[in-house]
Ligand binder design. Sequence first.
Ligand SMILES: *[C@@H]1O[C@H](CO)[C@@H](O)[C@H](O)[C@H]1NC(C)=O
Ligand SMILES: *[C@@H]1O[C@H](CO)[C@@H](O)[C@H](O)[C@H]1NC(C)=O
Ligand SMILES: *[C@@H]1O[C@H](CO)[C@@H](O)[C@H](O)[C@H]1NC(C)=O
Ligand SMILES: *[C@@H]1O[C@H](CO)[C@@H](O)[C@H](O)[C@H]1NC(C)=O
Ligand SMILES: *[C@@H]1O[C@H](CO)[C@@H](O)[C@H](O)[C@H]1NC(C)=O
Ligand SMILES: *[C@@H]1O[C@H](CO)[C@@H](O)[C@H](O)[C@H]1NC(C)=O
Ligand SMILES: *[C@@H]1O[C@H](CO)[C@@H](O)[C@H](O)[C@H]1NC(C)=O
Ligand SMILES: *[C@@H]1O[C@H](CO)[C@@H](O)[C@H](O)[C@H]1NC(C)=O
Ligand SMILES: *[C@@H]1O[C@H](CO)[C@@H](O)[C@H](O)[C@H]1NC(C)=O
Length: 834
Amino acid sequence: MRALLFLASLGFVAAENGLDGWLRYAPLPCSGHCHSSLPSSIAVLNATETSPVYVAGTELQNGLKGVYGKHVKVSHTKCKSSSLVVGTLDQYREHCGPVHGVPELEEDGFWLNTKGKNVQIIGQNEKGALYGTFEYLSMLAQGNFTKVSYASNPAANIRWVNQWDNMDGSIERGFGGPSIFFEKNRTVEDLTRVREYARLLASVRINAVVINNVNANPIILTPENLDGVAQIADVFRPYGIQVGLSLNFASPQTFGGLSTFDPLDASVIEWWSKITAQIYERVPDMAGYLVKADSEGQPGPQTYNRTLADAANLFAKEVKPYGGIVMYRAFVYNQLDENVWTDDRAKAAVDFFKKLDGEFDDNVVIQIKYGPIDFQVREPASPLFANLPKTSMAIELQVTQEYLGQQSHLVYVAPLWKEIFDTDLRVDHKPSLVRDIMTGKRFNRKLGGSAAVVNVGTNTTWLGSHLSMSNLYAYGRLAWNPADDAEEVLKDWIRLTFGLDRKVVDTITRMSMESWPAYEQYSGNLGIQTLTDILYTHYGPNPASQDNNGWGQWTRADHTSIGMDRTVSNGTGYSGQYPEEVAAMYENIETTPDNLLLWFHHVNYTHRLKSGKTVIQHFYDAHYTGAETAQTFLTQWESLHGKIDTERFNHVRRFLDYQGGHSIVWRDAINDFYYNLSGIPDEAKRVGHHPWRIEAEDMKLQGYKAYDVTPFEMASGTVAVVTTSNTTAGIASTRIGFASGKYDLAVNYYDVYGGKAEWKVYLNDREVGQWVGNGEDTLSHTPSTLLDGHSASRVTFRNVKIHKGDTLKIVGKPDGNEPAPLDYVSLLPAGIVD
Ligand SMILES: *[C@@H]1O[C@H](CO)[C@@H](O)[C@H](O)[C@H]1NC(C)=O
Ligand SMILES: *[C@@H]1O[C@H](CO)[C@@H](O)[C@H](O)[C@H]1NC(C)=O
Ligand SMILES: *[C@@H]1O[C@H](CO)[C@@H](O)[C@H](O)[C@H]1NC(C)=O
Ligand SMILES: *[C@@H]1O[C@H](CO)[C@@H](O)[C@H](O)[C@H]1NC(C)=O
Ligand SMILES: *[C@@H]1O[C@H](CO)[C@@H](O)[C@H](O)[C@H]1NC(C)=O
Ligand SMILES: *[C@@H]1O[C@H](CO)[C@@H](O)[C@H](O)[C@H]1NC(C)=O
Ligand SMILES: *[C@@H]1O[C@H](CO)[C@@H](O)[C@H](O)[C@H]1NC(C)=O
Ligand SMILES: *[C@@H]1O[C@H](CO)[C@@H](O)[C@H](O)[C@H]1NC(C)=O
Ligand SMILES: *[C@@H]1O[C@H](CO)[C@@H](O)[C@H](O)[C@H]1NC(C)=O
C-alpha cells in the first residue's frame, strides 16, 4: 500500500494497452464538493439485463467506481429515494410520476438534468437513456461538475459503421489486425471483443454496424453463419446497436445455384425473400442490407441491363416488412480511357444516379463517398449530394486511413470531414450545406445520416495505433451532430483517453490539428489527390501510378502541365454537375480555391496561384513544410514524457518517429518526380541537393551491390544497395568528411515484407546503434515486398558525436527476401531536416 501511494505521488501512470479506448474511467482526484455532487444510489428503470437501460446502470456503477472510487447501489424501482434515475420517458412516468421541464425528444434523444435534487437521465427510448448516461459519465471523467439541464437529439437517424471484414478473418484496408467477427469462413466463438466494440460504439451513439465487407462473400448466408450473425446481434443489441449485412449481388447464382441473378427474375426475387426471412427469423431487428454492385468487378444489375434502382428496390421490398433499410453505394463506375480528354470518373456517380432520382423506394438510402473519387486527402464534396432531392442519402466516410497513412501516420481526419459537411452546394440558390442534405433536413427526407468505414481489428489498439482512435470518437460525435467543432470534440477525446493534464491536452490537440494539413502538404497538394500508389498498397508515394491506366484517378501530368480539366468549357464537364453558383465558381480558374485548383483545371507548372507562387514551387515548398511539421510530432510527443503511461507513450513514440522519417520519403519522392518531369528547379535549391547525405552506393561496398530502384524517385539518387548474398552480411563504409561535432545520424533503408534483416551502425568500430526490419509486425500499414515508397523507412540516432575522418560503417545482415537494403545516410546538424 505504501509503495503504491509513493508511486502515485510520483505521478505513476499504469500501463495501458488501449483496449478501453476513451472509456477508461481512469481515477481522478475528488476535491471540493465532488463527493457530495456524485450520486450515491441509482434507480435503473428496467431490470432486464439485456436492455440498454440496464447496461446504462452497470456503466454508471463502473464509471463512478473507476473515476471517483465511489461505490453506488443500483435498484430497479425505487425511483424517489435514489439520487440518480435512468430510464425512458415512459418508464419514468410509470415509476417516478410526471416529468417536468423536458422538451420534446426525438427518436434516440435524451434529457440530462443534474440541476435538481436527483440526476435525471431520460431517453426518448432505451438507446437515448444509454447515450445520456455516457454523456454524463464523459462529463464526470473529465472532472466536469457543471450543473446542466438540456436535451440532445440526433441530427440523423442513420449513424452506422461499416466493417470491411472478410469471412477468412482478413480485413480489406484494415490496419489493426484480423477480424473480431470472422475467422476461417465462420463467425468467431468468443465474442468478448464484439461486446467491447459495442460499448465503444454505443458511447458515441452509433446505432448500426455492417459486419462484413462490401465486397461480400455469399457464404455469410449459410445457416451456420446466420446463426453466428444472430449471436453477434445478441451482443450488440443491449448497446442499442443493430447489425446489418453486405450482400453479394450474384449470390442467387453463385451461392443459390440459380441460373441467373437478374433482379427482376421471379426465381431470384423468391430466393432473396427466403434468405431475408431466414435472416429476420434469427435477427428480428436486422438493420438492413448494404450493397456494392457494378463496381470494381462486383456483379450488379447492369449484367441484365437493369437499373440500379431495380436492384436497390428488390432488396428494399424484401426488408420493408421487417422495418429494414437498404444502403446502396453510389460508388459505381467503369474503366475509362485517359486518351479521351472528357473521360472522368468523378462524373460517374451523377451520371448513373441522377436520372433515377424519384425511382428509389422510400427505404433505400444512397450511400455517397464524401468526394467523387475515393477518400483522397482533398476532394470537393460529391456533386451527387446536390442531384437527388427525391432520394434519401447518407455520406460515407473513412475512419480507417486507407489513403491517409494507414494509421502509421497521425492524421486527425475530422477537420477534413467538417470541410465537406460545411460545403454549401446552393441547390436552387438556397443554403444547402452538405450536412443538411445528408441528414435529410434540406430535402425533407425521413432517412439520412452517415456511414463510416472503421475496420477495427483484434489489436488492443483497435485501429492499429492509439492516436487514430480520435477519428472513431469524432466520427460518432459528428454523426450525431455534424455541426460540432472538430477541435472541441478532439479535446474531449484527449481528456478521456490521456487525462486532464493541460500540457497533454494542448500538445495532442496541436499535433492532431496540424496533422491533416501536414499530410496534405507532403502527399498531394492543390487538389491533385493523395499521389499514393493506387495500384498496390494505397500507402506510400507513387505519383506515376495515377495515370496511364483505366482507373481514372488521373493527374494528366506531362512535361509542361498538370491537373484535370473538369470545366464545362474545355474539359470533362464535371463542374457542370454542381448547382449553378458552385459550378460557376469551379468553372472559373480565378474563383477556384487554390487547394482545388488541379482538381478542376489543367495548368502549366508555371501557373501562378493566388499566393503568387507557381504551381511547381508550391509543390516543392509544401512538401518541405509538411515534412518539417511532421518532424515536430515526435518532439511534441516527447515533451509529454512522464505524463503518459509507458506502454502507450512508447507505442505512439515509435509511430511518430517512423512518420517523421516517412514524411521525408514522401517529400523527396514527389519533389524528385515533378522536378524530373518538369525540369524546373526549386528556387530554394533544395530539391535534388542534399549536402548532408552520403549515398549508400557511393560508400565502399563489401557484400553489397548497387540496385536501381523503380520508380526511380523512391531512392535518393535513384540507386540503393542490397546484399549480394541471401545469407552473408554486407558492409558499406566511408570516411566522414564533415566537420567534427554533434549530429543526428539518420539511415534510410527499406523494410521489406518477408524478412527481418538486421543492421548495425559503427563509428570507428564502436557500435552507435542497431535495428531490425520488422515494421510488418510493429507498424500498422500494408507492407510491401519491394524496394519502394511503402518500404522506404528511416531510423535516426540522435546527438551522435562525430569527428572529421571517422569511419562510418553499416553492416547489414539479410534475412528471407529482405537483402538488408540501404539508401543513404544523413548526418544532420541541429535544426536541419533532410
Ligand atoms: C426492458 O428491456 C427489455 C429488453 O430490451 C424490453 O423488452 C422491455 O420492453 C423493457 N421494459 C420496459 C418496461 O420498458
Ligand atoms: C461541461 O459539460 C457541459 C455539458 O456537456 C458543457 O456544456 C460544458 O462546456 C463543460 N464544461 C467544461 C468546463 O468543459
Ligand atoms: C474459405 O472460403 C474460401 C472461398 O470463399 C476458400 O477458398 C477458402 O479455402 C476457405 N477457407 C477455409 C479456412 O475454409
Ligand atoms: C443490353 O443492352 C445492350 C444494348 O441495348 C444489348 O446489346 C445487350 O445484348 C443487352 N444485354 C442483355 C443481357 O440483355
Ligand atoms: C483545352 O483542351 C485541350 C484538349 O482537348 C487541351 O489540350 C488544352 O490545353 C485545353 N485548353 C485550355 C486553355 O485549357
Ligand atoms: C503553357 O506552356 C506551354 C509550353 O511551354 C505554352 O505553349 C503555353 O502558352 C503555356 N500556357 C499558358 C496558359 O501559359
Ligand atoms: C528524369 O529521369 C530520367 C530517368 O531517370 C533521366 O533520364 C532524366 O535525365 C531525368 N530528367 C531530369 C530533368 O532530371
Ligand atoms: C498491435 O499492433 C502493434 C502495431 O501497431 C503490434 O506491435 C502489436 O504486436 C499488435 N498487438 C496485437 C495484440 O495484435
Ligand atoms: C535470394 O532469395 C530470393 C527469394 O527470397 C531469390 O529469388 C534469390 O534468387 C536468392 N538469391 C540468392 C543469391 O540466393
